[in-house]
Design a protein around this ligand. Sequence first.
Ligand code: LFC
Ligand code: MG
Length: 451
Amino acid sequence: MSSKLTFRNVLKPENVITELHWSDIRFPTSLEAHGSDAMHKDPDYSAAYVTIHAGGLSLVGHGLTFTVGRGNEIVCAAIKSLEPLVVGRSLVDIFTDFALFWHSLTCETQLRWIGPEKGAIHLAVAAVINALWDLWGKIECKPVWELLSDMSPEEIISLIDWQYLSDAITKDEALAILHKQYPSRRERIESVKQTGYPAYTTSAGWLGYSNEKIQALCREALDDGFKMFKVKIGQDVSDDIRRLKVIRKEIGPDTPLMSDANQRWDVDVAISHMTALSEFNLRWIEEPTSPDDILGHAKIGRALRPLGIGIATGEHCHNRVMFKQFLESGAMDYCQIDSCRLGGINEIISVLLLAAKFGIPVCPHAGGVGLCEFVQHLSIFDYVCVSGTMEGRVIEYVDHLHEHFLDPVVIKDGCYMVPSLPGYSGEMKEESRAAYLYPTGSVWKTLLDSQ
Ligand SMILES: C[C@H](O)[C@@H](O)[C@@H](O)[C@H](O)C(=O)O
Ligand SMILES: [Mg+2]
């Protein structure tokens, strides 16, 4: 079979991208400490939001990348710099050789200097690529997980830029992983439609919440059917012990509980701090130290695994090359892909395949705006086409800002229900985009005037 994608649907050569728009949308979540952690005390969950229009098409692609506030200024400027690489391109050309187009964004000979494939420019790539996947799903009338799950193994691997991967995974190995799961895809689609995909909630455990708020939110989450929780830690040991006691009292000693330090510690401090918390039966410590410190994570992992604590990381992992090193060196027990930090689905698929090869479960990061909406598609695809299992896997859930989306996630009994509308589920309501536009939208006008 050819590795180039063939069109099942209606695209024509004249469907050329005519407009790429970006806007700076921010939600004042810091007012109530939603999303707060040991390093980000005042996050305003924000989206550098992109729309893509093409000639002869009424459908519009919507995408975003996530920041926690002022970073939006820089990411929006980076999206603007990508505009000449996107406008004027034909959709048929993009989708028939998506890897080539992806490479043209990440390897543009002047822009690549400020990456390559990391930081603001890569977040901007993610916003554009997310919008293109949304558009593709809408054109093919399928939710993105289904668009992907209807592709042959050869088509799937044609989406990936294979540069820098061959020492860890070859195309043949990737094909073998995908072919192994191919015959049983239908059974898994039926099963995930019935049961949904398990979620854990972080919403009860933000660092800035009082004891009373944590208690109330734990009870609410248990009533809603959540069976797994995550808590923010990392200030000082005694404060963490206080918070962990409150949570354990509410959820019981055995309910899976994960912890997240958001890069707070030096390596040795991480080991001693987590050793002091070992009585709380924590399944993982997430981002214990600098997200770039692969050897440091490996060292922490060696010290904490005997205590039953695994290492989770990935939400700040720049690209497939870093994931390759984390996975190959045994520095990661849970692989937390981020839908907006990696350069969109094309790069994420390569990480899913690496994780499958190294036998590490993928548990996506979703603590942000729109991230839950995106990552559900990725985990369902992983289950159907790549890993073939939900064993040890769980998707993060945060209970914030879903009301602003046209196709928000649906959680039942602690599980994500399979999305059914065409696209990537990240389209924000027009009125929300207008109200939260920074700094001129009505919500910000009122807030800024009152300060
Ligand atoms: C500032 C943000 O809320 C982070 O704390 C959040 O993404 C977090 O790391 C998470 O794992 O959900
Ligand atoms: Mg985290």
